[in-house]
Design a protein around this ligand. Sequence first.
Ligand code: NAP
Length: 163
Amino acid sequence: MITIIAAVTRSGAIGRRGDLICHLSGDLRHFKELTMGKAVVMGRKTFESLPGGALPGRRNIVISSRADYRADGAETVGSLAEALKAAGDADCYIIGGGRVYADAMATADALSLTEIDIDGPEDADTFFPPVDSSQWVRTAEGETMTDARSGVSYRFVEYRRRH
Ligand SMILES: NC(=O)c1ccc[n+]([C@@H]2O[C@H](COP(=O)([O-])OP(=O)(O)OC[C@H]3O[C@@H](n4cnc5c(N)ncnc54)[C@H](OP(=O)(O)O)[C@@H]3O)[C@@H](O)[C@H]2O)c1
């Protein structure tokens, strides 16, 4: 099972200046619960944005076009296809960023999205690809929660690929 996991604003934004749009502790906890023990596949830029380096307790697979790229605590591969091959039959989460999500939309089985109830922001520079309803069916929508620190509301939703 290949699942794309992302936190997305109403405008489809996922990042700015190499960082997330907002850090919601409930979302980070949810991300950790879902991905723990699994293979996580990410682009080189997302890997370099992780504050503590490779994600502990998970098999980190990093995509780079640079054959000599080395990432501490992670395996490096040259393409999404190679990453998926390396993960084999294990459950695998595609964790970003924009370029890798765009590639993975064609092969993923499921989307696990955090919908963040903010517009924009205007300075966002990285976006999630459009979710085409002819390809994806929404199968779950969690209750709306509010982040105590920022006051931002959000919910967890899931999509499965239509067969
Ligand atoms: N909201 C969320 O859920 C979420 C999740 C993750 C990341 N983000 C945000 O997204 C932004 C980063 O996304 P991004 O699109 O700029 O970068 P990215 O997808 O994380 O990484 C792009 C890099 O990955 C490598 N790569 C990706 N696909 C490749 C392919 N098919 N073949 C060879 N190399 C490939 C290349 O590395 P080389 O340049 O080394 O060749 C490329 O420059 C950050 O702001 C981050 O915080 C948000």
